[in-house]
Write a protein that binds this ligand. Structure first.
Ligand SMILES: Nc1ncnc2c1ncn2[C@@H]1O[C@H](COP(=O)(O)OP(=O)(O)OP(=O)(O)O)[C@@H](O)[C@H]1O
Ligand SMILES: [Mg+2]
Length: 245
């Protein structure tokens, strides 16, 4: 079966800095792929390139469900089913939680009327245990609820592939456990997922496969339990001395 996402030899430079260097990988249907890597290794840049927000790759090819999308703009990428969340909260702070979901929904959802669209938005919020917060201004809800809201707005776009950039950053331990359950539930509903995290326990819990980036290149890839024990990975995170203790 065709991979839901295929990336071949993509690169991105900022002046002399090569942030992504000829990276190739694929995502199978219904797979959860974890991405780890030290700060500045190019993880968020990879999501930027894939979704064209704000830029695409300098070179290389991207295919969604077998279709070349390398030259499409951000809006069309979303329509093809590739949707991301951001590392920091990017909800619209001054409107309500419900309105945040409504403005993220595709036009097609409004064809049957605003009431039907609202009903769907409330269903999504209910799924995320955010329904009781629907009328609150987004800036007033907790960090955890804002993280959930950001994912809810991404799901409102009906993605085939969801890209999560550090969904658990800044969360408490119990909240991380809830986020793990949430990611599993989204995946069980048929959404393929790529998740970037520094919290390795989350990556090991949710990922079928784990990739580690270093200086914009693939350092290691495979079963999460194997990858986290890889000497090259330990060295990249902790320095050469750590690999030999
Ligand atoms: N728009 C930009 N202009 C210039 N340099 C950039 C830009 N975006 C990213 N970079 C640089 O590219 C490199 C990769 O950054 P990126 O944000 O992808 O790292 P990351 O792996 O997501 O790190 P973190 O774990 O800290 O979020 C860094 O050196 C960063 O400073
Ligand atoms: Mg990042």
């Amino acid at each position: 079966m065709t991979d839901i996402l295929a990336v071949e030899g993509i690169s991105k430079s900022f002046g002399a800095l090569k942030a992504i260097r000829g990276l190739s990988f694929s995502l199978a249907r219904n797979e959860v792929l974890g991405i780890a890597g030290p700060n500045g290794s190019g993880k968020s840049t990879l999501f930027n390139i894939l979704t064209k927000v704000p830029f695409g790759p300098d070179s290389g090819e991207i295919r969604i469900d077998g279709e070349a999308v390398t030259r499409l703009g951000p809006r069309h990428i979303v329509e093809k089913g590739l949707v991301r969340s951001f590392q920091t909260e990017t909800d619209f702070e001054s409107i309500t939680v419900l309105e945040n979901v409504l403005v993220s929904m595709p036009d097609a959802d409004f064809r049957t009327g605003a009431a039907a669209a609202k009903a769907r938005a409330r269903e999504i919020l209910d799924d995320f245990q955010l329904l009781d917060q629907q009328d609150r201004i987004a800036s007033e809800i907790t960090v955890y609820d804002r993280k959930k809201l950001m994912i809810a707005t991404a799901l409102a776009c009906r993605p085939k592939v969801l890209l999560l950039d550090e969904p658990a950053a800044g969360l408490s331990r119990p909240e991380v456990a809830q986020m793990i359950e949430l990611i599993r539930r989204i995946n069980a509903d048929g959404v393929s997922i790529i998740v970037i995290e520094h919290i390795i326990s989350l990556l090991v819990s949710v990922s079928n496969r784990l990739m580690v980036l270093n200086f914009g290149e693939l350092l290691a890839e495979g079963a999460p339990q194997d990858v986290i024990r890889d000497q090259r990975v330990i060295e990249a995170y902790l320095g050469p001395a750590a690999a030999h203790v």
